[in-house]
Design a binder for this molecule. Structure first.
Ligand SMILES: [Mg+2]
Length: 395
């Protein structure tokens, strides 16, 4: 079998009400799917993260540079192809956008191998478990949504059976050195420090003792502000604190992790093994959060998980895009011994809820089962693809 072509599908959904985390304003959900075609008719499916820019930037890396390396090659040699893609483009930087592009291709290669061997991907990779607990990723900032509105929202997730809910914190414009000031719509749905603490208390009360509560600061804080916030919520039984400080502030994250009893989780904004090596070996995180559509695909994220395993750390991937990202992360998590929760975004997004012929369904007990079909085990819903497909995202 050889690879004959590499193509992309650009999808876009505009939200009715824009949402925001500590520093990012999100009025829409752009998504970049990758398809790797072979001479015997198998087409592998993947997704490349495209956060923070136009889909065309990542697309041009995939269909331009990476495609040239891949066409004519054997898709089963995925380790070799990963190294060729990374090595031949290494001057572009070994992290960030190049890793996002490689991720999309790598997932599609693994999907091909699974389809060709008639094996579900999670079992091909080791099959540690066949279902996952799911946490509701939600509690964003939005116009008109106060602490009471947040409590009502998260209470609904508890009623639906989720065992853990994550909410956003940190959208405080008066915080020193907050990167929010340089971001889009930086005055949208902001809060004071006191209002932010109030949001956590309201969410915790709404969830009750059964449901875990995690909080995510999306790189907004300095170490001292992170410590101050955690002191203000220290009796709220926070399950983890996510990305408290800037991605490059390894010492700062390690300081927070050392000083607070709550585990520090991160960093989705890091990518590739060398970056995660620093976070893990310098004890800047207690929970490791790569993402197979961002960190370097299944291949590189397995290396990151193995390193985390060596340090006795759990891996709870970042997952916040389409259904393709979710299913790829599901197979990865289910395959490794130190995996656990699946992050599942609960904001309205048909690219997550309508993209497959068989939608991903969380069971009443808050878990989700892996599919038993070969490869990723899913089929794109062509009507949904047609509805949300765009020709142009950038200017
Ligand atoms: Mg996060």
């Amino acid at each position: 079998m050889i690879i004959t072509d590499v193509t992309t599908i650009k999808l876009h959904y505009t939200m009715d009400v824009a949402m925001a985390d500590a520093i990012h304003y999100m009025p829409s959900r752009p998504t970049l799917l990758v398809q790797v075609h072979t001479d015997d008719g198998i087409v592998g499916l993947g997704e490349a993260a495209a956060y923070g820019g136009f889909l065309e930037s990542t697309e041009s890396l995939i269909t331009g540079e990476l495609r040239r390396t891949l066409v004519g090659q054997d898709p089963f040699r995925v380790e070799r192809l990963w190294s060729m893609m990374a090595a031949r483009s290494h001057q572009r930087g070994r992290r960030g956008m190049l890793m996002q592009a490689i991720s999309g291709v790598d997932i599609a290669l693994w999907d091909i191998i699974g389809q060709a061997t008639r094996t579900p991907l999670y079992r091909l990779l080791g099959g540690y478990r066949d279902h996952l607990p799911v946490y509701a990723s939600a509690g964003f900032y939005a116009a008109g949504k106060d602490a009471a509105g947040l409590a009502e929202e998260v209470g609904g997730y508890a009623e639906r059976g989720f065992g853990c809910v994550k909410i956003k914190v940190g959208r405080q414009p008066d915080a020193l050195l907050n990167p929010l000031h340089d971001m889009n719509a930086s005055d949208y749905a902001t809060v004071s420090f006191e209002e932010d603490v109030e949001r956590v208390l309201a969410a915790r009360a709404a969830l009750g003792p059964r449901v875990k509560l995690a909080i995510d600061a999306n790189n907004a804080w300095t170490p001292s502000l992170a410590l101050k916030f955690m002191r203000a919520v220290e009796d709220q039984d926070i399950y983890w604190l996510e990305e408290p400080v800037g991605t490059e502030d390894i010492e700062g994250s390690a300081l927070v992790a050392h000083r607070v009893a709550t585990p520090v989780a991160g960093y989705e904004t890091e990518s590739a093994l060398p970056g995660f090596r620093e976070l893990i070996s310098r004890r800047a995180v207690d929970i490791v959060q790569p993402d197979v559509i961002w960190s370097g695909g299944i291949t590189e994220t397995r290396r990151i998980a193995a390193l985390a395993h060596a340090y006795g750390l759990p891996v709870i991937p970042h997952n916040f895009s389409s259904a393709v990202a979710a299913i790829a992360n599901m197979h990865f998590i289910a395959s490794i011994p130190n995996g656990s929760w699946l992050e599942l975004d609960q904001n309205p997004n048909p690219l997550r809820s309508e993209l497959f012929e068989e939608p991903l369904t969380v069971r009443a007990d808050g878990t989700i089962a892996l599919p038993e079909l070969p490869g990723l085990g899913v089929k794109l819903n062509q009507a949904a693809v047609d509805r949300y497909r765009i020709e142009q995202h950038g200017p």
